[in-house]
Design a protein around this ligand. Structure first.
Ligand code: OAD
Length: 248
């Protein structure tokens, strides 16, 4: 059971503007692989430059399509865990709660969170690599990458690859919410990828209280005002309970 400082509990009870940034660690307890775990991380087994860049798709679209199809199936069959549900619960308690996620698995939506900014896209949707039109359905079984029904371009996952820009509106909103927030959570992210990683530092520079929840130490751990070491699926529900249920 985590022992939360009373200062943090009181501050959260009063807070009206909170941002939570999440990463792959939040979905780890739903059975989805993180990227940078030395043994089980996706980038321990695959090279991002072979699978997650526009050049990789141009070179071998089928390889890239199949890798994302495999991850899409994993996301489709996964269920939100207690950490996702705790964040959805937090949103109900705080008047302006913004969930900024690097995750593409859609599990925050499935858990009931509403105000979500998906900085790296969503693996469950597919768009044309030429005209950008979203595809409602496509044939997964064929030997080749499915084509756009409008322009015949190759379909691709609706995610952000390395060397691509993040969705402008989502990023702008995330930066605005970060600058205005009183409390910033960094949860289950290694802080290795920009610009998401810089948000916690921007929040701190603007005077927000920064809280980290992570299974391991990260570059943010010693800069955060509060760092909780452990699984987000355990710590976040305990925090919600301590702040809003155990009001003694
Ligand atoms: P990483 O794999 O880099 O980091 C996952 C973090 O979650 C690590 O710091 C782990 O210690 C932590 N962690 C693991 N299990 C946890 C648990 N149960 N509870 C809490 N923390 C846990 O994933 P991200 O930081 O999300 O980008 O990676 C950022 C981006 O890098 C991804 O969005 C992806 C990747 O390349 C793109 O594909 C564009």
């Amino acid at each position: 059971m985590t022992n939360f400082p009373l200062d943090l509990i009181r501050f959260l009870r009063k807070a009206t503007r909170v941002v939570a940034l999440t990463g792959a660690g939040v979905s780890q307890e739903s059975g989805l692989r993180t990227f940078r775990d030395a043994q089980s991380g996706l980038w321990a087994q695959f090279r991002p430059e072979d699978l997650a860049t526009p050049q990789a798709f141009a070179r071998d679209p089928k390889l890239v399509w199949d890798w994302y199809a495999y991850r899409r199936r994993a996301a489709q069959t996964a269920h939100p865990n207690a950490g996702h549900f705790a964040l959805a619960e937090m949103e109900k308690k705080i008047s302006q709660f913004t969930l900024v996620t690097q995750n593409v698995d859609g599990l925050h939506h499935a858990a009931g969170s509403k105000n979500i900014l998906e900085l790296h896209g969503n693996i469950l949707s597919v768009r044309c690599s030429q005209c950008g039109a979203f595809a409602d359905d496509w044939n997964e079984d064929r030997d080749e990458v499915p084509h756009c029904k409008k322009c015949n371009g190759l379909l691709r996952p609706n995610v952000v690859w390395f060397e691509e820009s993040l969705p402008r509106e989502q990023l702008d909103e995330a930066v605005q919410a970060t600058r205005a927030c009183q409390i910033f959570f960094s949860i289950g992210t290694s802080g290795a990828v920009q610009p998401a990683a810089s948000l916690a530092h921007a929040a701190k520079a603007e005077g927000a209280v920064v809280v980290e929840v992570n299974a391991e130490a990260t570059p943010l751990t010693y800069k955060a005002d509060f760092s909780f070491s452990g699984k987000s699926g355990e710590i976040l529900p305990e925090l919600v309970k301590a702040v809003w249920e155990d009001q003694g």
